[in-house]
Design a protein. Sequence first.
Length: 395
Amino acid sequence: MGRGNAWSDGSGETRRVSTDVMGADEVGGRIQAAVDGLVAAGAEVGVQVAVVEKGRVVADVVGGSADSRLGIAVAPDTLFFAASTAKGPASAVAHVLVERGELDYDMRAVEVWPEFGAHGKDRVTLRHVLLHTAGVPAPPYDVTFDDLRDWDRMCALLAAAEPWWEPGTRYGYHAQTFGFLLGEIVRRATGRTVSWWLRELVTRPLGIEDEVHFAVPGALLGRVARHEPPVGTPPAPEPGSRADRANPPGIRHDAGTANRPDVLTAESLSFGAMTARGAARIYAALLGHVEGVDLVSPVRRADMAAVHVQGVDEVMGVPSTWAFGFSTYRPGGVQARPGSTFGMIGMNGSAAYADIDSGVAVAVMRNRFDSDMTVISEIDRILTDAFPARPRQER
């Protein structure tokens, strides 16, 4: 991979594009070897990886156990609990609905959800929700999973909540509230749930109706991988911090909750269950690379991936950039051109994202419940080598 052509991406940095591009078989082989090595070393229990490049499936890799107790191997159709990775398909549905004229980014929540206007929240818009600038990042601190499974109760609690800031003035990750805010706006505006729209507009046309869910149908629970706890004690937010308040102890996910049928079957857009190939196919469609399925226009796709928010996250307390309903983070260490990569990474180490410049859509699912990014980082480095970003004059 030593030869290549230098070019400027407009950021002041010179990047090198390799002329020794790997073939699909080599890409799949390298990914399989990486997965097998991590499983053999005990770093992973079970893993799925799917990669679609310009509409071509170049990897649909599995390794390890879906249930180590029973000796059940991971299969391509094994469903994995995916924490915030599910926010990506949820945002995608919102953009498709705007594309169809069902929603408007600047519609205020109170237009369809009047009670949400309590305590000065009447200016919150769909745009604010997608950008995590709505100012409602936290449910009440004493909520439990019983509350989280009750859609109407959670929406009533958020409608009555006091905002942390004026909408649109600050950014802070809405880890637990994003799904209810987005979902209730969609439900009230269209009369249908986001799950219904996901199925009708996205997963059914893409042939993956049984592979991406915000609420797993009871009949499919047997396909969900059993998640295992991390090795060692996972990090937790400092008690009393904003991160602690926004993700109360009573609704924090771990391997135990990821295995609970009542949690898996509950409607919540902030988490869900999916296969890697299902998630990757959605992102491939968002790139415009699935024949016969046009989810969004090229202009909207560029807007979805563009950096809309940049600064310190008021909840997490760290510098962050945010696209239009998606993270801009790429886990392999080589960051793409701003406005090229969009997707979501979950606290359990799941990830799914797309890169406009290289034409690659990728998803990784795993059932070791921790935030270890080793496998997705290794996969991303392989893909960066195999499918370098195209120079701008070639796009």
